[in-house]
Design a protein around this ligand. Sequence first.
Ligand SMILES: NC(=O)c1ccc[n+]([C@@H]2O[C@H](COP(=O)([O-])OP(=O)(O)OC[C@H]3O[C@@H](n4cnc5c(N)ncnc54)[C@H](OP(=O)(O)O)[C@@H]3O)[C@@H](O)[C@H]2O)c1
Length: 230
Amino acid sequence: MRTVVIGGTSGIGLEVVRARAARGDDVTLTGRDAERAASVAETVDGSVSGLALDLNDTHGLADALAGVEKVDRLVVAAIERDQNSVADYDVDRATRLAVLKLVGYTEVVHALLPRMDEESSVVLFGGRAKDRPYPGSVTVSTVNGGIVGLINALALEMAPIRVNALHPGIVGDSPFWSGKPAGVLDGYVSRTPIRRLATMQDIVEAVDFLLENRGVNATNLNVDGGWLVT
Ligand SMILES: NC(=O)c1ccc[n+]([C@@H]2O[C@H](COP(=O)([O-])OP(=O)(O)OC[C@H]3O[C@@H](n4cnc5c(N)ncnc54)[C@H](OP(=O)(O)O)[C@@H]3O)[C@@H](O)[C@H]2O)c1
């Protein structure tokens, strides 16, 4: 199985890389810097190589991915975080994230489509901010909502290739959150029905489910411990 993980140098993407390599996949991971991507790839047991691409360099993505020969499984997880509120709206930052997540993600799929076959599958990362916003999530909520429409359109146009999206809540042990001061997440934990936040392992297992289950298509899977019932 040949698997490509866009945004595989850290966080959830890297955990997906590790899990797929442990299954025996040939994995290509990407980050923005070639040396960093290669050195992260070397830290993972198995057949893993690194590749550089910048999702904001949308016109360069096809060239950057030219060396990828075949794609059985594609996971697109990359993110550059944006704190943006409507009262203090930074157009440049908002544009950057919108292009990265919506145009960049789509261009990656477009560039790799000729190297997929009927049994290939794709998972794009959104996030629960699409329906549980927080102060400063204006752009994040917008682009994660956009992923819902995107996977519906891709599943239609790319059929029979399956295309699904994963929308995590706050992933407590991901590097972005685990580095925050103690107590920052307490309020979220207490409002989560399972009394804990989703973990990277929970997310990796959900990615595998979406990638491998042959009946699941055009699905937006929330992995958040049941946030919205509280
Ligand atoms: N962590 C959470 O709690 C959480 C919650 C909801 C949704 N999500 C979603 O889950 C996904 C993974 O999140 P994470 O927290 O694991 O991310 P992360 O640790 O911040 O990793 C981000 C990845 O994206 C790459 N990247 C950054 N800017 C890029 C660009 N312009 N072009 C290409 N690649 C770029 C980084 O590579 P380099 O730095 O090496 O370039 C890195 O591999 C994201 O889509 C995020 O929206 C996460």
